[in-house]
Design a protein around this ligand. Structure first.
Ligand code: C2E
Ligand code: MG
Ligand code: MG
Ligand code: MG
Length: 278
């Protein structure tokens, strides 16, 4: 029977394959429109906390397209990267988030930092840093309050160039986080020389932290960060048990559903007003 099905199986595969492509093209076209019209894209913000308070927020893209419905960044960010749309999209994110946070700072007693994801594709662009600085000037945003999140895949690029750009960021006061740390290609020898402020431990390690092998990895990352004088943020903290584990290992900054899901901008004041006792 398996042999008889051979042809059909091939057909099914072929259909799935072309459906994939059609879906991609639909997303690409819709995303182009969304960026142009500035309507269906928004940002949500997720708190990053220490023991007592919110220290910062990460901006995360949300896209509810009128025809395609809600799309996950995991689906549309790779398409934006492949197509180059990540450049205007990434700039929109920085501009929108900085404008929003200026509003927040006007009405808030203290100033949690703003962290934005910058894709490797975007960071590779020659003028990425000057573009970032220009947006900060235009929005009149204090660079000291901005962090950018890069992933380890930047280490696979021209490292000399990357270091130069990271130094430019540092000189301008913008902080740099290394996102999803531990999941990608991380060259430990580069890690020592890259001017990066903070490592964000990927949520996959946090979620399996009661597994002794995973715990050993987290312990090692934290020790390494300490000796390299880099900060640590644990991502994806969902349970008190995970939090206790991480605290015992010396981790001091956390992000995850345990505190809050990413929320619309309007809800930030509520989060800031409510004290954290966890
Ligand atoms: P990321 O930068 O590592 O962001 C963290 C992701 O984990 C977010 O997913 C967040 O909603 C989710 N998360 C936070 N806490 C928890 C938790 O306790 N449990 C679980 N299971 N998940 C948690 P999201 O918003 O779907 O974003 C996925 C990825 O898409 C991001 O991963 C980032 O790589 C990318 N992304 C999102 N917004 C942007 C953006 O503006 N620009 C770029 N270049 N990439 C973005
Ligand atoms: Mg991130
Ligand atoms: Mg991450
Ligand atoms: Mg991630």
């Amino acid at each position: 029977a398996a042999k008889k099905d051979g042809k059909n199986t091939y057909k099914i595969y072929q259909t799935d394959f072309s459906e994939d492509i059609v879906r991609k093209l639909d997303i690409l076209q819709a995303l182009r429109q969304a960026i142009k019209n500035n309507e269906s894209l928004t940002l949500h913000y997720q708190p990053i906390v220490d023991d007592k308070k919110i220290v910062g927020f990460e901006a995360l893209l949300r896209w509810n397209d009128p025809t395609l419905g809600f799309l996950s960044p995991a689906e549309f960010i790779p398409i934006a990267e492949e197509s180059g749309l990540i450049i205007p999209l990434g700039e929109w994110v920085v501009r929108t988030a900085c404008t929003a946070f200026n509003e927040l700072y006007k009405n808030s007693e203290y100033m949690p930092y703003l962290s934005v994801n910058v894709s490797t594709k975007q960071f590779e662009q020659d003028h990425c840093v000057s573009k970032l600085k220009k947006i900060l000037e235009e929005t009149n945003f204090n660079p000291e309050n901005l962090k950018i999140e890069l992933t380890e895949s930047i280490m696979m690029k021209d490292v000399e160039k990357i270091i130069e750009k990271l130094n430019q960021l540092r000189a301008s006061g913008i902080g740099v986080f290394l996102d999803d740390f531990g999941t990608g290609y991380s060259s430990l020898s580069y890690l020592g020389v890259l001017p990066i402020n903070t490592l964000k431990i990927d949520q996959s390690f946090v979620q399996n932290i009661n597994d002794s092998a995973q715990e050993a990895i987290v312990r090692t990352i934290i020790l390494m960060a300490e000796s390299l004088e880099k900060g640590i943020i644990a991502e994806g903290v969902e349970e008190v048990g995970q939090l206790e584990y991480l605290k015992n290992l010396g981790c001091q900054h956390f992000q995850g559903y345990l505190y809050s899901k990413p929320v619309p901008f309007e809800e930030i004041p509520n989060l800031l007003n409510k004290e954290i006792h966890k």
